[in-house]
Design a protein around this ligand. Structure first.
Ligand SMILES: *[C@@H]1O[C@H](CO)[C@@H](O)[C@H](O)[C@H]1NC(C)=O
Ligand SMILES: *[C@@H]1O[C@H](CO)[C@@H](O)[C@H](O)[C@H]1NC(C)=O
Ligand SMILES: *[C@@H]1O[C@H](CO)[C@@H](O)[C@H](O)[C@H]1NC(C)=O
Ligand SMILES: *[C@@H]1O[C@H](CO)[C@@H](O)[C@H](O)[C@H]1NC(C)=O
Ligand SMILES: *[C@@H]1O[C@H](CO)[C@@H](O)[C@H](O)[C@H]1NC(C)=O
Ligand SMILES: *[C@@H]1O[C@H](CO)[C@@H](O)[C@H](O)[C@H]1NC(C)=O
Ligand SMILES: *[C@@H]1O[C@H](CO)[C@@H](O)[C@H](O)[C@H]1NC(C)=O
Ligand SMILES: *[C@@H]1O[C@H](CO)[C@@H](O)[C@H](O)[C@H]1NC(C)=O
Ligand SMILES: *[C@@H]1O[C@H](CO)[C@@H](O)[C@H](O)[C@H]1NC(C)=O
Ligand SMILES: *[C@@H]1O[C@H](CO)[C@@H](O)[C@H](O)[C@H]1NC(C)=O
Ligand SMILES: *[C@@H]1O[C@H](CO)[C@@H](O)[C@H](O)[C@H]1NC(C)=O
Ligand SMILES: *[C@@H]1O[C@H](CO)[C@@H](O)[C@H](O)[C@H]1NC(C)=O
Length: 533
């Protein structure tokens, strides 16, 4: 070591011993360099960003299940965000097919610390088409002050993650298989970061929550997860699946946008060969012109993620029966009321074709008249409702079918087999970033909840400085963090009475007694969430 290097080494070493943290951590595949970050309250934690958990899914791996990452030589710098996965409709320069990375944030600053802490693995939402795990969107800063490890996961989206030919050529669910690989990686490596592999809770919102629900249906996760949080999404949500003929149609439509479709002759192998040879940018551009591919039921094979109907699996207890914390916001579709003309048109479309009121997964006996059924459903929400509340009640119908009803159903089915804590998030604060209201409806929109849990900073929003928000927003933020992290630590959101939580004890949700926690300006235990809707 030259004297200059020695000096550098000493300075570096001195710096680190002053700050008291280890920047290098060894995982199965090699050594990672992380960095120290400071929370808004001046807490410190180590961040390891852009940690690869699988080989880049490129070339012949495109559309297919991920494979284990090869070990790397030397030190891999995990000190900044990785690429993000291609997102339909998005155009950022950091998009890449090489996007199977996760971020680990740990409050444990050195490698020799004694007792490991519980772990929360976060799966982001975005309809299986967009979203990412960037630090700027899902900063762990607040949660980490409760002494848990937080892992945020990227997974393939759009056609890269969910294309399926409906057969074994491209069985589908690659994005869900990515998540499963990240869960396995976390289980195997989290101890190196001070995390407790026996205390991993999987959590997500929207498509992140339906993903969490799907991961619980996957036998490969048995023993890796001990709790789950599902915020506004379930495998029962109508936007979280498609049938294999729809999936196959999408795959061939995508090919047809890029070349003369007669080339494929309805042959999956030919299509795959073509689509794997197209450059990623072109594939991405074409995906912007189509609907979206979604999770599917795969043909039975060893590497399958899902081969049975999700409703039956939940109904028969054929899932990983860990305790779940699950719920919905009070008006998930309230954003529709931001444009009253458009909402009015939507309403017209439903009224003039009454069958539209039937949810797409609703099985109607062929012997019944579809429009009679549609009318029955319509009337549940709109019959006898005063003129000035009609549009508000239309919003209620949309919230209910799209988000709320599947959450309640999921809770109902799961509660037959495991502990279920159900919530309705009804606190309408500025922190949630949606101000829309309409007569006849509640007011907390889809996706307001993560803003109370994670630090988020972008060009139009920041919650990094909590003091800029009303005290009731900060109180709700504190409560949500406390409830969620209690669940991660104790599998019980209210293990003891606390002043912050107004001494409430959150009871379990059961089929016979649908008790839930209403998280409003006050915390209240109530019965029958969103009843009648
Ligand atoms: C954090 O530290 C900075 C610099 O030392 C100080 O100005 C600030 O007041 C501290 N913030 C809190 C919340 O303690
Ligand atoms: C990794 O980070 C270290 C320390 O900041 C730096 O010296 C090194 O050049 C980096 N390596 C790469 C490959 O960027
Ligand atoms: C995407 O970015 C490219 C280059 O920056 C630009 O030419 C193109 O118009 C953009 N497309 C969309 C849909 O914004
Ligand atoms: C698949 O879903 C589409 C759209 O909902 C429907 O029209 C079609 O009948 C379904 N096909 C099968 C085989 O279930
Ligand atoms: C295309 O192939 C699928 C799957 O093999 C088959 O179900 C379908 O009937 C075929 N379509 C045509 C038009 O041949
Ligand atoms: C997608 O649509 C745009 C505008 O409608 C068109 O310019 C473009 O060529 C289309 N791309 C593909 C791949 O079809
Ligand atoms: C909705 O549109 C109808 C005409 O289609 C109109 O009569 C009604 O006033 C509109 N309602 C609102 C609230 O804009
Ligand atoms: C439809 O209803 C009839 C009469 O109730 C019943 O016999 C039949 O099994 C039902 N069909 C289906 C597919 O559920
Ligand atoms: C269904 O019922 C409506 C009236 O409610 C009627 O106009 C329509 O013809 C019926 N359709 C069928 C297929 O019987
Ligand atoms: C609960 O499970 C039992 C069998 O384990 C079954 O008989 C019962 O129908 C289930 N209840 C619900 C609501 O699924
Ligand atoms: C909501 O209203 C508050 C207070 O009027 C304002 O500060 C905030 O910017 C608004 N948020 C949005 C997304 O419009
Ligand atoms: C919570 O319980 C403690 C101890 O019983 C009591 O002193 C306090 O007033 C209670 N707080 C609330 C908000 O009920």
């Amino acid at each position: 070591m030259g004297s200059r290097h020695l000096l550098q080494f000493l300075i570096l070493h001195l710096l680190h011993s002053t700050l008291g943290f280890d920047e290098l951590v060894t995982v199965n595949e090699g050594v990672l360099r992380g960095r120290l970050l400071t929370t808004p309250k001046n807490g410190t934690f180590r961040a390891f960003q852009g940690v690869p958990y699988a080989e880049p899914p490129i070339g012949s791996l495109r559309f297919q299940a991920p494979i284990n990452r090869e070990p790397w030589e030397g030190v891999l710098n995990a000190t900044q965000d990785s690429n993000v996965c291609y997102a339909i409709g998005s155009n950022t320069s950091s998009q890449s097919e090489d996007c199977l990375y996760l971020n680990v944030y740990t409050p444990i600053l050195t490698n020799d610390e004694g007792s490991p802490v519980p772990v929360l693995v976060w799966i982001h939402g975005g309809g299986y088409t967009h979203g990412n795990a960037l630090y700027s969107n899902f900063g762990p800063d607040f949660l980490i002050e409760k002494d848990i490890v937080i892992v945020t996961v990227s997974y393939r989206l759009g056609p890269f993650g969910f294309l399926s030919t409906g057969d074994l050529t491209v069985p589908g669910n690659a994005g869900h298989k990515d998540q499963a690989a990240a869960i396995k990686w976390t289980f195997e490596n989290i101890a190196s970061f001070g995390g407790d592999p026996s205390k991993i809770t999987l959590a997500g919102q929207s498509a992140g929550a339906s993903s969490v629900g799907y991961q619980l249906l996957y036998k490969g996760n048995e023993g890796l997860i001990r709790g789950a949080i599902l915020e506004s999404g379930s495998p029962l949500s109508i936007w979280s699946f498609q049938n294999s003929s729809q999936a196959r149609q999408y795959a061939f439509d995508l090919g047809s946008l890029l070349t003369d479709s007669t080339e494929f002759a309805n042959d999956s192998q030919r299509l795959l060969q073509f689509l794997q040879d197209v450059d990623a940018e072109s594939l991405h551009a074409a995906s912007n012109n189509l609907t979206t591919p979604l999770p599917v039921k795969e043909p039975v094979h060893d590497a399958a993620f899902l081969t049975e109907n999700q409703y039956s699996m939940l109904e028969t207890g054929n899932f990983i029966r860990v305790p779940i914390l699950i719920g919905t916001n009070s008006e998930e579709e309230i954003h529709r009321a931001a444009d009253l003309n458009k909402l009015n048109k939507t309403m017209d479309q439903y009224e003039s074709n009454i069958e539209n009121f039937i949810p797409s997964d609703f099985i109607v006996n062929d012997s019944l008249n579809q429009s009679d059924i549609g009318k029955l459903i319509r009337n549940l929400y709109l019959d006898g409702v005063p003129e000035d509340e009609q549009m508000g009640h239309m919003v209620r119908f949309l919230s209910h079918t799209t988000f709320t009803n599947p959450m309640i159903k999921h809770a109902n089915l799961a509660s037959n087999y495991t502990d279920v804590y159900f919530y309705v998030f009804s606190y309408d604060g500025i922190m949630g970033n949606v101000n829309v209201t309409i007569k006849g409806a509640d007011s907390v929109d889809h996706a307001e909840d993560p803003r109370y849990l994670f630090k988020k900073v972008d060009s139009s929003y920041s919650n990094a400085d909590l003091s800029k928000f009303p005290t009731s927003d900060i109180l709700t933020h504190d409560r949500l963090i406390e409830l969620w992290t209690n669940f991660v630590k104790y599998l019980n959101p209210t293990p003891e009475l606390s002043e912050l939580l107004q001494n409430v004890t959150w009871p379990m949700f059961t089929e016979n007694e649908a008790k839930y926690l209403n998280i409003g300006a006050q915390l209240q235990i109530q019965n029958n969430p969103k009843n009648p809707y």
